[in-house]
Design a protein around this ligand. Structure first.
Ligand code: AHR
Length: 321
């Protein structure tokens, strides 16, 4: 399956002569590279919306190195699905050996993934899942059980309120959601909803997308505070949105976190957020492991050796409070 890197470089040179591909990592022929039998990986990344995403990108870049037998073509989609579709089409033209996709949204992939399948290029889904008619359009998916993260967060809140003797109180909740239609948003929202549905005294006042971005989350949190004077819990579907919510609560003089006031729940458990947990600003943070590079590598190495890989692969995660 693996093709010679020289073929790949020829195609790149050809394409560069007839309207350069818009890649983030410009592929330049490197002396001696053609003699190396590298595995060419085209990776389409969502963007750089969060600290988690930066750690995830770092993990791929540290994994798909020449020393490890790879030639990586990295494309940052800057939060636009159309850029991801364009990147995949370019990877097909470049005859890469594997396509790795961190999809911004779950829907809208049937056509382009069919093109990849017809070109005989295996697609590995990493982090985010896609909903397609035909599951042979991707080889495997590796990532977090986002729905379980949401359920864990709900269960944690239930136990916490009980410990505080508040299990009979009316509990008003708002949610800063991630990018709508992304696996992380769908799973976390749904998992939390399942627990909420069983609590008669919990009310979800409103859910609004903050796009996994701190600045956008600030706008939404300002609106929440103005609209609802009696918020008990803010569920932030990632750490950067929790930082945005915390900024707003500080500016508004609201008490929050372990000192009392608004309970803050977050997801990702990045280093900075764990510091916020220690300071008592975030009550509980549910881990989402960004170090997916080595797991994708493991799968590619198995496929190269002609072995089967598991279709759905969850990573182990925990939480911090
Ligand atoms: O898909 C993983 C999510 O995407 C992370 O929770 C978030 O920080 C990122 O942007």
């Amino acid at each position: 399956m693996k093709k010679q890197i020289c073929l790949f470089i020829c195609i790149i040179l050809l394409l560069s002569g007839c309207g350069r591909l818009e890649t983030n990592d410009h592929v330049e022929p490197d002396s001696g590279q053609d003699s190396k039998n590298l595995i060419v990986v085209g990776l389409s990344q969502v963007g750089s919306e969060s600290d988690w995403r930066l750690a995830n990108t770092r993990s791929y870049r540290e994994t798909f190195t020449e020393e490890n037998g790879y030639y990586l073509i990295f494309e940052d989609a800057q939060q636009k699905q159309e850029n991801q579709v364009k990147a995949i089409r370019n990877f097909i033209l470049q005859e890469v050996d594997y396509i790795v996709l961190d999809a911004i949204a779950e829907t809208g992939w049937d056509a382009v993934l069919t093109e990849a399948k017809e070109a005989g290029i295996p697609v590995i889904l990493s982090d985010r899942f896609v909903q397609v008619e035909d599951d042979s359009l991707y080889t495997c998916w590796i990532g977090s059980d986002f729905e379980e993260q949401g359920r864990q967060a709900g269960k944690w809140l239930k136990d916490y309120l009980k410990k505080k003797g508040r299990d009979e109180e009316i509990i008003n909740i708002v949610t800063l959601q991630g990018t709508l239609d992304s696996t992380a948003q769908i799973g976390r929202t749904e998992g939390f909803r399942q627990v909420l549905e069983e609590q008669k005294n919990w009310t979800m006042l409103e859910q609004q997308p903050g796009e996994f971005v701190q600045a956008k989350a600030k706008e939404v949190m300002e609106y929440f505070l103005k609209t609802y004077p009696d918020i008990d819990v803010v569920v932030c579907e990632n750490d950067n949105m929790a930082f945005g919510a915390i900024d707003v609560m500080k500016e508004a003089g609201k008490s929050f976190g372990k000192k009392g006031g608004i309970i803050v729940i977050s997801f990702d458990a990045t280093d900075a957020a764990l510091e916020a947990v220690k300071r008592g600003e975030i009550n509980a943070d549910f881990e989402c492991n960004p170090l997916l590079g080595p797991l994708v590598d493991e799968n590619i190495k198995k496929l190269e050796a002609g072995q089967e890989v598991e279709k759905i692969q969850y990573v182990d995660e925990t939480y911090y409070d």
